[in-house]
Design a protein around this ligand. Sequence first.
Ligand SMILES: C[S@@+](CC[C@H](N)C(=O)[O-])C[C@H]1O[C@@H](n2cnc3c(N)ncnc32)[C@H](O)[C@@H]1O
Length: 209
Amino acid sequence: MKGNYNSIASYYDRLSKIVFGRAIVNAQQFLIDFIRPGSTVLIVGGGTGWMLEEITKKHSSGLNITYIEASEKMMELSQKRDFCANKVDFINRPIQEVQLKNRFDTVITSFLFDNFSAATSLQVFKQIDEQLLVGGSWLFCDFQLKDDQLWQKLLLKLMYSFFKLTCNIEADRLPDTNTLFDRYHYKKKLLKTFYHDFICSSVFRKEAD
Ligand SMILES: C[S@@+](CC[C@H](N)C(=O)[O-])C[C@H]1O[C@@H](n2cnc3c(N)ncnc32)[C@H](O)[C@@H]1O
């Protein structure tokens, strides 16, 4: 399996703040507002788990969270987070190797799909889609490229070189997730951009086929 964040887990959050300031945090805080009380939530690729604490500030109890994270070091950090009276099931495996029995009201993926080739994106997308209930929300956050923004292309190239070197990720370009959301019958309910449009947070609702 390609892509291992162990070597950078201890400084990942600090590094992202140096490069993007509060934008990465703000983009995900925006999505947390769309989690309903008492819901079942699937988080895939949660990183150091800081989002668990942000979620807990809004919902100190009642959530049933399944938290899937491939890196052991990221998982160690995540398990130390304070999630109050919410129930969190931690699964330290790549999502592709996980068989989930339950289904979810809400799915959260932030900066996950930018790790994947087109083929892996399709596989992971299908797998997550199967776990989300019709009418449920997919809270999605990732980078996007605007055609005329050379600085975005250069920064993305630099980021891919860094993550290839340190984490051996398989991707070298952003996958076309908008097409996947269209193909699998999702309706974009809301979109907000951050960091001069380079980061995009979207709320997708799963419609019936
Ligand atoms: C770029 S980091 C983003 C972390 C976090 N979502 C954030 O925004 O701070 C991507 C995370 O996804 C995890 N990851 C990558 N591929 C994965 C997979 N196939 N299954 C589960 N987690 C994965 C990595 O270990 C890493 O923690």
